[in-house]
Design a binder for this molecule. Sequence first.
Ligand SMILES: Cc1cc2nc3c(=O)[nH]c(=O)nc-3n(C[C@H](O)[C@H](O)[C@H](O)COP(=O)(O)OP(=O)(O)OC[C@H]3O[C@@H](n4cnc5c(N)ncnc54)[C@H](O)[C@@H]3O)c2cc1C
Length: 182
Amino acid sequence: MGEWSCEVTAATFQLGKYGTELSSKSRGTIHLTGKHPDDPGRIDANYLGDPQDLKDLATGLSMARAIGNSVPLRPFTRREVAPGPISGAELERFFRDGLGTFWHQSGTAKMGHDEMSVVDGQLKVYGVDRLRIADASILPRVTTGNTMAPCVVIGEQAARFLQNERYEAEASESRAYEETTR
Ligand SMILES: Cc1cc2nc3c(=O)[nH]c(=O)nc-3n(C[C@H](O)[C@H](O)[C@H](O)COP(=O)(O)OP(=O)(O)OC[C@H]3O[C@@H](n4cnc5c(N)ncnc54)[C@H](O)[C@@H]3O)c2cc1C
C-alpha cells in the first residue's frame, strides 16, 4: 500500500469516552496487610470519592454531548447512542457503572517537604540511608496526561544522581590520594 488510507466502517464513534478526568481530586489508599514483604498491599482507588470529580465529569459529558449533537456535526452523525439527556442520580449511576481507569496510580511515596513526603529532590528516602525510589510513586501529584514518559524521566534522573555521586566520590578519593602522595 504506498499511501495512508482511512475507511470509516464503525457505525458509531465516541467523543472522548464521555469525558476524562485527568486531574482527579479523589485520593486512594494503599495499606499493608501484614509484616511479610510478600503480603499483598490492600489498594482502595476510591474512585469518585471526591464529589468534585463527578461534577467535572458531568461538565465534560455535557460539552461532549453539545459537540456531538451540534449542527456542524449533523452530516456525520445519525443520533446520540448514549447517555442522552440524563441528570441527577441517573447521571451519577451512568458514571459509576461505566467508569474506567487509565492506570495512572501514583504518588504513594511523593517527593516533597511536607509531612506526607517520602523522598527528597534527589529521590532519597527521608530517614533511610542509601535508599532511593525511582518510579511513579514519587510523583507529588498525578500528571495531567500519561504517566509512562514521566517515569522514564524519573529513571533517567535517578541514573544521573547515582552517576554524579559516583563521580564525586571518585574525585574526592583521587584528591585525597594526591594529597597523601604530595
Ligand atoms: C493496563 C495499563 C495500561 C497503561 N497504559 C498506559 C499508556 O498507554 N501510556 C502511559 O503513559 N501509561 C500507561 N500506563 C501507566 C504506566 O504504565 C505506569 O504509570 C508506569 O509503568 C509506572 O512505572 P513504574 O516504574 O512506577 O512501575 P512499573 O512500570 O509497574 O514498574 C515496576 C517494576 O518493578 C518490578 N518489580 C515489582 N516488584 C519487584 C520486586 N520485589 N523486585 C524486583 N522488581 C520488582 C515489576 O516487575 C516492574 O517491572 C498503563 C498502566 C497499565 C497498568
